[in-house]
Design a protein around this ligand. Structure first.
Ligand code: FE
Length: 206
């Protein structure tokens, strides 16, 4: 099969937040859809490596902030490229609290949805949470950001990270997530991007 066909699917980008005790945390996810209207339910898929995943496993509640096209790379770095285990991801972020007590972003977003987990499916690397929608608000009329919009307009342009003509003769690999360039003939299979922490699978040859 042509694996590139998977790239034709469209995705949004979201900040998924949870609260456990006094600890607030959040991460970026790209998989969130409404699956039924009656009852009103959403499905989100969350990588098990995320601290937010473990918090939702325990508390069964979350907010999903829908990022819009005004979202900045800084926001993706803040929530996507570091762990909430050792950083306060909400420092320097504008947020408010929903009725469920969990934060949602008030800037760069056009709405949020509160969810209470009704069911979950273990998908190996990820867990799919199916949740009843318990609240939500529209925050702006800006278009929701899509994964392809992020790649085309938000992550650092390849040009900015590209080198002079001479250096371009060098072989290298570019991180599809953040634009980081690894110089070298072969990318080690266990390589981890120093900026976004994604693995070798998310790199492609220059
Ligand atoms: Fe990266």
């Amino acid at each position: 099969m042509d694996s590139h066909v998977m790239n034709q699917l469209s995705y949004g980008l979201f900040v998924l937040t949870a609260k456990e005790g006094e600890k607030d945390n959040g991460c970026i996810i790209n998989t969130a859809i409404q699956v039924t209207t009656s009852p009103n339910r959403v499905l989100i898929a969350v990588n098990k490596d995320n601290y937010t995943h473990d918090m939702i496993m325990k508390t069964k509640e979350f907010n999903l902030t829908i990022l819009d096209e005004s979202a900045t790379f800084d926001t993706f770095k803040q929530f996507g490229f570091q762990s909430g285990r050792d950083t306060d991801k909400l420092a320097a972020i504008s947020f408010s609290r929903a009725e469920n007590g969990i934060v949602y972003l008030t800037k760069e977003s056009n709405g949020y949805i509160s969810g209470k987990v009704a069911d979950m499916v273990d998908l190996g690397t990820h867990t799919a949470f199916i949740a009843d929608v318990t609240g939500g608000e529209v925050l702006s009329e800006n278009p929701s950001v899509t994964y392809s919009y992020y790649h085309a307009n938000i992550k650092p342009a390849r040009k900015q990270t590209e080198k002079t003509e001479k250096q371009e003769e060098k072989k290298g690999y570019i991180c599809k997530i953040c634009g980081y360039i690894y110089e070298g003939d072969t990318l080690p299979p266990d390589f981890v991007c120093p900026i976004c922490k994604h693995g070798a699978d998310d790199f492609e040859p220059l």
